[in-house]
Write a protein that binds this ligand. Structure first.
Ligand SMILES: Cc1ncc(COP(=O)(O)O)c(C=O)c1O
Length: 447
């Protein structure tokens, strides 16, 4: 019996209700879940192989999301931290198994990256997205943002402003600043309830500011948009015409709701692939952010060669991160399918709950990522608006922390045009989401 099939027998005993104890990790004993129908998801029809309803205790690990906000919010307790973009679920058991096996070998000398590591990255992208990643074109990074930093330093040599659509991921502002450049916001208008690209504005901004690089996010954090082929081609055509490099951060690609579709930017046509980079990782999909492992690639080998010549890449990785990423792509397809269904269920639950119980908060099920961008403008107004130098986002954030024990992120973190919107992380159990929403309802009712 192969190692994989042994693992399969241990971890995929559908319907057996069995658990296996593997040892202990942060949060207590490590119980490998067998199977679960998605309890508490009402009439939603889900067939799950992993028990994503398990209430996994993250407190005490020193993490940013749970321990971080608990420290900052004192004396208030925050039983529902829904800010930082990571997940509350136990990770794929195969990852833990592979890491523990390696930990058992108590020597940490130099270790090259085996060819199968790259093969599994290529296979995952091919199988799930029909994206062809050329062998030899993959570079490693300590994180997606570290990869972005390397690309910016290599390509934005004249120090021009870097364009992003806003609302846009807060980390983009930080990484552009770290690279010693300025962010140029291209605000997206809301059309029929969805944020849309304003390509006329973008073209004007590129001309006026002589932009050479844009950071693009697909699926987009925080709006949740999965950009269509047509949208991306139109955007890509502007970039091609004006000689702008597209840096496509697709870290959220594995989270796509049922009604939506993720198309990798580099698959929409050769000319787009040849003028772009793509960055991905298992850090969102399998909650491996603290393992610090990511990768980037481009069909344009000159880009890859230039990055390397600029000294940004040693072909090495942290052994544990590499092992975790490999196990994820090798064994994680079912886990990821289950996760997508579960997040989709949470999105629908949120939409229905808000419409029925907190109509002052507006939300429609989004397309990709596990992040909901909810409109709390009316809540801010009910609270009397911000005082002194307080922002609307801080007002709403503090209100929900103090009155409901729920932490959500202020829209202002994502650009100038997101005042009143709040980002809520749905990568948690249905029970916690329900608890958070009940607490928010109680708080709003008492205003
Ligand atoms: C769009 C996007 N890119 C990058 C990152 C950070 O990635 P990493 O931790 O691999 O640098 C995040 C994290 O939330 C993100 O949402």
């Amino acid at each position: 019996m192969t190692e994989t099939s042994k693992l399969n027998r241990r971890f995929f005993m559908k319907g057996a209700g069995a658990t296996a104890m593997l040892g202990s990790a942060v949060g207590g004993g490590l119980v490998i879940p067998a199977t679960a129908s998605a309890k508490g998801m009402g009439s939603m029809n889900m067939s799950m192989s992993y028990d994503l309803n398990e209430e996994f205790n993250r407190i005490g690990s020193g993490d940013s999301k749970w321990d971080g906000i608990r420290n900052r919010a004192r004396p208030f307790d925050v039983p529902f931290p829904m800010g930082v973009a990571d997940m509350d679920f136990r990770t794929l058991p195969h990852i833990t198994e592979a890491l523990m096996k390696r930990m058992g070998h108590q020597n940490w000398g130099y270790q090259p990256i085996p060819p199968y590591y790259y093969e599994n990255i290529i296979a995952w992208n091919k199988k799930r997205y029909n994206q062809t990643v050329k062998p030899g074109s993959i570079l490693n990074a300590h994180g997606v943002l570290d990869g972005v930093l390397a690309i910016l330093k290599t390509h934005n040599t004249e120090g021009n402003k870097v364009l992003i659509f806003t609302p846009g991921y807060s980390g983009f502002f930080g990484v552009i600043r770290n690279a010693q450049f300025e962010t140029l916001e291209c605000p997206m208008p809301i059309v029929d309830g969805r944020y849309e690209m304003d390509l006329d504005l973008m073209a004007r901004q590129i001309d006026e500011e002589d932009v050479k690089v844009m950071l693009f996010c697909n699926p987009q954090n925080p709006t949740g948009n999965c950009w269509t082929v047509e949208e991306m081609r139109k955007m890509g055509d502007v970039c091609l015409e004006k000689g702008v490099l597209v840096v496509a951060d697709e870290i959220h690609c594995d989270f796509v709701n049922k009604h939506a579709k993720y198309t990798p930017y580099a698959t929409i046509g050769e000319k787009y692939a040849m003028t772009s980079y793509t960055l991905k990782s298992t850090s969102k999909s399998f909650n491996l952010a603290a393992q610090h492992v990511a990768y980037m690639f481009s069909d344009n080998q000159e880009y890859i060669d230039t990055l390397q010549k600029n000294g940004h890449q040693r072909r090495s990785l942290n052994a544990l991160g590499m092992i975790a990423c490999n196990a994820a792509y090798l064994h994680g397809a079912q886990y990821m399918d289950d996760m997508q269904s579960y997040i989709d269920g949470n999105c629908h639950f949120l939409e229905n709950f808000l419409a029925e119980n907190i109509p002052d908060i507006k939300y429609k099920v989004h397309e990709g990522t596990y992040l909901a961008f909810i409109d709390c403008t009316a809540i801010a107004a009910k609270l009397g608006g911000p005082k002194d130098d307080q922002t609307v986002g801080k007002l709403v954030q503090d209100f929900f922390i103090q009155k409901a024990g729920v932490n959500i992120n202020p829209g202002e973190s994502y650009g100038k045009n997101a005042v009143g919107l709040m980002r809520m992380n749905l990568a948690t159990t249905h029970k916690k989401l329900h608890g958070a929403l009940n607490a928010m309802k109680k708080a709003v009712d008492a205003i």
